[in-house]
Unconditional design. Structure first.
Ligand code: SF4
Length: 330
């Protein structure tokens, strides 16, 4: 398998994606040369610390990067079609039907003055010709599907718990049966019990619909439970991609290794202590030269602060961008 170019087996692919934020302080290089593919039915995770570019990539995939963000390079294939050149009108036809997003903060995403049923129905009616009654009936089915229950169709968001509101957002994302769903930190604001329920809901939905999920979180514990493959991002770049079990059991990039060791339940911390990653991610107004991780990397050596490591395939489906690894495979 190569890391370049989307193909017919992939429902979604980013190729050399570059996104910047043009601010009054300068240009923030938020996502750079981001390349990955997602197969039909696959659950794919984007991992990394806060601010590493995960959400920027997620919203780029539907061309909804918040201003002053802008896609300035690369391609995004949705069901084989590059959507980067498409107009906003053309994208509106694709969003919800071919790809939808479950946003981070359900309370902010829901309108407090409309019932949840009306909001789901409105999303359906914006894309499909049907009566309001039929759309509300579909909203009831969706509320049953996500475990909120159809009796809540006339509830207002404030009458629901945080977990129920998140389920309503999932129902909305599924309203038009899109084959690809992006979930941006969908469990972050929830307590651990509700988090587990939402993860189970995703697993149930997967078995029912065979949808592809792009799951974004800084919480690796939840990610390890849910996804088939993980792309690890650091400072706007993907540094490692591989099957979840390989990333957990044998992380190759030094950043991935530190990230995995910082997860309490993995239990690889010395004598059960939590480990942490020293330092903080760089300011992307002026990313470090060479490997962007080099100022924090315990394994840095001669070329790391000058030469950017290229992504290499170390084994089938396993990609790493690190001079240590490149040296091993060359
Ligand atoms: Fe560390 Fe060098 Fe690898 Fe970057 S390229 S992760 S600095 S060893």
């Amino acid at each position: 398998m190569s890391l370049s170019s989307g193909s017919s087996e992939h429902v979604l692919a980013a190729e050399g994606l570059k996104v910047v934020y043009e601010t009054s302080f300068g240009v923030v290089d938020a996502a750079s040369d981001v390349t990955f593919q997602v197969k039909k039915g696959e659950f794919f995770g984007l991992a990394g610390e806060s601010g590493c570019g995960k959400s920027t990539v997620a919203y780029s995939l539907v061309k909804e990067v918040p201003p002053p963000g802008r896609i300035v390079g690369g391609k995004i294939y949705i069901n084989g079609r590059d959507v980067v050149p498409l107009s906003e009108d053309e994208m509106r036809k694709i969003r919800w039907k071919e790809i939808s997003v479950i946003p981070q903060a359900a309370m902010n995403a829901l309108n407090p003055v409309y019932t949840v049923g009306d909001q789901i129905a409105e999303a359906i009616l914006a894309h499909e010709e049907m009566s309001k009654d039929d759309a509300l009936a579909r909203a009831e089915e969706l509320l049953d599907l996500v475990g909120v229950g159809r009796q809540r169709v006339r509830s207002y968001p404030h009458e629901l718990s945080g977990g129920q509101r998140q389920r309503v957002m999932i129902a909305m994302a599924l309203a038009l049966n899109p084959p690809i769903v992006i979930a941006d930190e969908p469990t972050t604001a929830l307590d651990v019990v509700v988090q587990a329920q939402i993860l189970n809901l995703f697993k149930e939905l997967r078995s029912k619909f065979n949808m592809s999920l792009i799951f974004i979180t800084h919480d690796l514990t939840t990610m390890f439970e849910l996804v088939d493959r993980i792309a690890v991002m650091y400072a706007g770049k993907i540094v490692e991609i591989g099957p979840t079990d390989k990333i957990v059991d044998d992380p190759l990039h030094p950043y991935t290794e530190l990230l995995v060791r910082a997860v309490p339940r993995i239990g690889v911390g010395e004598k059960g202590r939590f480990e942490y990653i020293p330092g903080s991610p760089p300011n992307l107004l002026e990313p470090p030269p060479g490997c962007r991780f080099h100022p924090r990397c315990p394994k840095r050596f001669e070329p790391c602060d000058k030469e950017e490591p290229r992504m290499v395939e170390v084994e089938r489906g396993r990609f790493v961008a690190c001079h240590l690894i490149a040296g091993r495979t060359s």
